[in-house]
Design a protein around this ligand. Structure first.
Ligand code: 3NM
Length: 210
């Protein structure tokens, strides 16, 4: 998979007055280079329509589209892969259904989970939530120390996630993150393009690419 820098994830509640597709297009203009459709509430038909709209959008920008949780929706929408939490469909079952050509990402919160995902053939892992976040209020923060441990040991790509904003992204990068993900920092902003540009530029600058 490509070496992504900013992985933007959708949320049901966008900044008042903006819609999902507009906000995600703003994120792509700002430099997001991977996008995930995450939606825990919509009905199946609505989910399919939104995933298809995001598929058209991401094709225009040449960016991979990942669907959260739902392998069948990922296939129906011709997405590039799925992202699975620890309680979702097991990695091996998802791989059988999706084949080798589609990406599978796994959320991890501890090194044992990261090692298991790597050994099981995941394409990338999420590492988080790094900081407390209203998007996943019940999850205990893993702190930048977990990002550091993952960066030191895990060889597949990792994405730091959870409570990351323009104010704390430097600390996450210092801990060793090569890619960061954000939900509320982007969708909750009145200027998703500017926030995305700032985040993507910080990541690339830290990698020595800008
Ligand atoms: N997954 P925000 S944390 C969707 O740790 C998600 O696996 C996490 O949202 C994990 O950028 C998280 O708004 C929420 O904090 C990220």
């Amino acid at each position: 998979m490509q070496d992504m820098a900013l992985y933007a994830i959708t949320a049901e509640g966008c900044h008042p007055g903006s819609d999902l597709i507009e906000v995600m297009e703003a994120a792509l203009r700002g430099g997001a280079d991977m996008l995930q459709y995450r939606d825990k509430h919509s009905e199946p038909q609505q989910r399919l329509e939104k995933a298809q709209a995001l598929r058209r959008l991401t094709r225009r920008y040449g960016v991979p589209l990942i669907v959260n949780d739902d392998v069948e929706l990922a296939l129906a929408a011709e997405a590039d892969g799925v992202h699975l939490g620890q309680g979702d469909l097991p990695l091996a079952a998802a791989r059988r259904r999706l084949g080798r050509d589609r990406l599978i990402g796994i959320s991890t919160h501890a090194l044992a989970e990261a090692r298991e995902a790597e050994a099981g053939g995941a394409d990338y892992i999420g590492a988080g939530p790094v900081y407390p976040t209203g998007t996943k209020p019940d999850a205990a923060p893993v702190t930048p120390a977990y990002v550091q441990a993952v960066a030191a040991e895990i060889r597949i790509p990792h994405v730091a996630i959870g409570g990351i904003t323009t104010a704390n992204v430097a600390e996450v990068l210092e801990a060793g993150a090569r890619c960061i993900s954000a939900v509320s920092a982007i969708v909750g902003s009145p200027d998703a393009e500017r926030v995305s540009r700032t985040l993507a530029e910080r990541v690339r600058a830290h990698r020595g690419e800008a």
